[in-house]
Ligand binder design. Structure first.
Ligand code: SAJ
Length: 414
């Protein structure tokens, strides 16, 4: 039986490890956090993702998925750790490098190492070089292309949070090896659990393809966000505008919102900008447009509260998008915290997917986490920041008369 070690038990690593385990692989999930490992050992999960809980429970119970804080020898190592950016929007490869170096002692000839983390062009090559530094006894594919001891490939994850368990199986995969032999070896693995096509290429193209997909979406959302600001100055309802324009057979405008969040789309386009700042002009501008949207919303709220003494604002939603618990890079969090800092009133934050406010809220004593009923009852302003389905019925369930309603997502637009 093929043994697979998946490094990083986050939003990608955990679902991937689970799917592999349920497909009959012998899987070890590795995470540096003892707390995460303890939770998983009990068959429980530390993140919110539809259908993941039952699958993890089943995989753990069957014994096919085991978890530990350290890797052990395996046939395949899949690296699925974060690639955030550092100051100045440059990619931070520290987690990838550390994961690579921690698996190095366990490698044996014939092993396959796959980088799934979204990475700047050239990272998979670096993985191969780092492994060579650690294991002078092994032939790595950046030097020994046809008959390496270790096969190294990039297979970027492309799953949408909220649909991960489906998309992991259904999506096509781009698979780029350091050499053709590496690509073929990796394809042979993915074909065992992916129903979509496995598309062969080289590592650099696979890396850039992933960045391109997310930059494409960012640019398109930036267009919608720019329109929303223009429409406001023109006295036009942007939701109606987009709806009407999208009746054109070749126009498909995305939804404006309070900004772009998450650990992917708000981050990855910077990897392209960082690689070639002179040519990545549109991609950079799109990032800047999307990053400017929270401030635009803050100004709108300030305008609405300017005549209210000690206003009470209900911020509905903190996650980076609908129906997930993920608060990373969330524009809703940014808006809520900036408002709390800049105004004299209080904020009731509602986020049905979390139990407590994260550490970053500890400096904001005027923000309280509560439920929709409480927040709406007390608030002068209802500020909808996330289009969770939980909030869809708010205008019909509660009396919003005499309250200012700011819907940044168009959820309540008929
Ligand atoms: N958003 C809008 N308007 C829209 C669509 C999205 O404001 O019309 C906002 C969301 O609210 C959120 C952000 O953009 O704040 C990103 O959300 P998303 O649903 O577009 O994407 P992510 O970040 O959840 O997942 C993306 C996906 N990439 C693409 O669709 C090209 C996913 O397939 C990737 O696997 C994922 O990034 C990743 O991990 O890179």
């Amino acid at each position: 039986m093929t043994k697979v070690a998946v490094i990083g038990m986050g939003y990608i690593g955990l679902p991937t490890a689970t799917v592999l385990a349920l497909r009959g692989f012998d899987v070890l999930g590795v995470d540096v956090s003892q707390q995460v490992v303890d939770t998983l050992k009990q068959g429980k999960i530390h993140i919110v993702e539809p259908d993941l809980d039952v699958s993890v429970a089943a995989a753990i119970k069957s014994g096919a998925l085991q978890v530990a804080t350290e890797a052990t020898p395996a046939d395949v190592f899949i690296i699925a750790v974060p690639t955030p950016f550092k100051n100045g929007n440059t990619p931070d490869l520290a987690y990838v490098e550390s994961a690579t170096r921690t698996i190095a002692p366990h490698l044996a000839p014939g092993n396959l190492v796959i980088l799934e983390s979204t990475s700047p062009v050239g990272t998979t090559q670096k993985v191969s070089e780092w492994l060579a530094e650690e294991r002078g006894d092994l032939k790595l594919p950046h030097r020994e292309t046809e008959n390496p001891d270790i096969y190294v490939a990039h297979c970027p994850e492309r799953v949408l949070p909220g649909r991960i368990m489906t998309e992991l199986i259904e999506n096509d995969r781009i698979i780029g090896g350091i050499s053709d032999a590496c690509t073929q070896k990796a394809i042979a693995l993915y074909q065992q659990f992916v129903r979509g096509q496995c598309l062969p290429t080289n590592a650099a193209t696979a890396e850039m393809a992933k960045l391109t997909e997310n930059a494409f979406r960012d640019v398109n959302i930036a267009f919608a966000n720019e329109l929303s600001m223009l429409a406001e100055s023109q006295g036009v309802n942007v939701w109606e505008l987009v709806r009407l324009a999208n009746h054109h057979p070749r126009v498909n405008i995305l939804n404006p919102g309070p900004g772009v969040g998450g650990h992917c789309i708000a981050v990855d386009p910077w990897f392209l900008v960082d690689a070639d700042p002179q040519n990545a002009r549109l991609i950079r501008t799109a990032r800047e447009v999307n990053d400017s949207k929270p401030e635009f919303i803050i100004q709108k709220v300030k305008e609405a509260i300017k005549d209210i003494e000690n206003p009470h604002i209900a911020c509905l939603g903190l996650a980076f998008k609908s129906n997930v618990d993920d608060l990373r890079e969330s524009p809703a969090v940014e808006i809520c915290q900036m408002l709390a800092q800049q105004m004299s009133g209080v904020i009731s934050a509602v986020e049905p997917h979390i139990q407590t406010l994260p550490e970053s809220f500890s400096n904001h004593s005027n923000i309280t986490l509560t439920d929709t009923k409480n927040a709406v009852a007390q608030a002068d302003i209802i500020l909808l920041l996330v289009d969770h389905s939980h909030f869809a019925a708010v205008p019909t369930e509660y009396n919003l008369e005499r309250k200012v309603v700011i819907d940044t997502r168009g959820l309540w637009e008929s």
